[in-house]
Design a binder for this molecule. Sequence first.
Ligand code: SF4
Length: 322
Amino acid sequence: MLLDIRNLVVELPVGRELRRIVADVSLGIREGESLALVGESGSGKSMTTKAITRTLPDGAQVSGEVLFDGKLVGAMSKRELETYRREQIGLIYQDPRAHINPVRRIEDFLLEGLLLFDRRPRAELRRVISDLLAEVGIADPDRCLKSYPHQLSGGMLQRVAIAAALSTEPRLLLADEPTTALDVTTQAEVAQLLKQLQARRGLAVLFITHDLDLAAQICDRTAVMYAGRIVEMQPSRTLYASPAHPYTRGLLQSRPSVDRRYERLPTLPGSPTPAYEAPAGCPFAPRCADRMPVCSTYVPHLTRHGLAELACHLGAGAPGGN
Ligand code: SF4
């Protein structure tokens, strides 16, 4: 397993109290595999990625383990951590404009990190980044290298950010809502690009999104988060066709579709709950049409039922849970 997260719990200080943001997350990604982590805002997915890079806010309390290639990230020395972040992980963010220096040309942005540790001459590194820009679909890499960020569209800038993430040849790509800030057409192009790069380079990818359709298009497997926990994990193909958890089913049913006609689009009642406000028992119980007395008492843990891993007391009795 390249990335192995075991029973991760993250709490953040707010005033004098500690608020639980991630309640219990366990997942693994093998070399060359892609996993989508899907959840609404506040479900804990971004804090899970920060735990992977050990970039949680000051004062965060963490328990559980994050292992990369068998090595405990929490036990890495400062130097090991720098090498791990720089060479093993490529990060792609939601809004590239917030992460690319607006007053420097694209060439300087792409070279500045590489020049710190890559001893090859600048001209050679320039060829490397020019080839990378071509690989991510920039039609005129030389012109792009001479441009400032404000001269590029959002889609082109996200391609530049993807090139930057790939420039150190990482083994794991962490993509945090990389298409959310883009228009629908560009979103589809960038999603397709990520899928192609993952297959061509044999990359492991953790794709963070709130969009189940996008997750199914891009990733081999999908994990659904609710209130700081993974409630369902399946191959994307089967999750999409036969979701097992009532929350996943609700999410899929409440998407508009061009193939169906509605009197009224189905919705999930209530609103999402952060982990620190979750009730006793199953955190989804107040919104669940299938809840049973046991649901208000015992937290359901992720257990395997055929191809699906499911945190629900319905277990194998859930649709798609066999
Ligand atoms: Fe619904 Fe109970 Fe399953 Fe929670 S454990 S999702 S309340 S059926």
